[in-house]
Write a protein that binds this ligand. Sequence first.
Ligand code: ADP
Ligand code: MG
Length: 261
Amino acid sequence: MIKKALMPSQPVIEIRDLHKSYGQLEVLKGVSINAQKGDVISLIGSSGSGKSTLLRCCNLLEDSQQGEILFKGEPVRWKGQGLNRQPADRAQVTRIRTNLSMVFQSFNLWAHLSVLQNVMEAPVHVLRQPVAEVEQRARALLDKVGIGDKADVYPAQMSGGQQQRAAIARALCMQPEALLFDEPTSALDPELEQEVIRVIKALAAEGRTMLIVTHDMRLAADVSNHVVFLHDGRIEEQGPPASLFKSPQSPRLRQFLSHSL
Ligand code: ADP
Ligand code: MG
């Protein structure tokens, strides 16, 4: 179990009544989420329910039409309205994106860069941090995720589980306030899934703030202190994993779980 801080603090990320459409298709219909430091929140729901969209809206990879996004109490500043609404301040976008580092289902490593170069790329070229300092941190992170010996190989030479661990090291090398995982294990064979799950569990045990979209109910139950069930662009039910999985209230969640457990 994750121990919650006794003092209420500023949420790392707060989403208030977020609405997001792709053209005519309204995908998020008023979603609110609050992640305090150390929270591990799992987002579950059927394919197409808006989980990836919500995660991408959090770090401003997607625009949204209505509602607020706050990073450590700082509201995203917008210009325009409705389908024309966009963040108004590029520096703020970079700051938020750096601090909410994303791990994708398909790893998204650069094929032409070595593992070490992949991990160092953004801190050196986006954050302009000194190369020697970043390299030291990158090597320590590769050790931490168990692929310290793979620093000089290219992604194609590694298994999916190793590539995903490299992607996690890359996200950590940005020294983010929180990590956003979008189905981090669903592209992996079951035996490789476990090596990534071990890393995610270790990060949860360290008290890292994480939002995890996952189809793996056991992972959600093991690592999260809060689970959110999205259905058709709305939060249908949410709560601590023990109660949500043992006694779901919503028939839709019951039906979803009967196919997922
Ligand atoms: P989930 O991750 O829960 O499977 P998504 O957030 O990927 O759901 O998608 C939610 C809905 O939005 C789906 O109907 C999907 O087809 C649609 N969608 C996702 N991305 C786009 C896009 N870039 N353009 C248009 N529609 C999209
Ligand atoms: Mg998705």
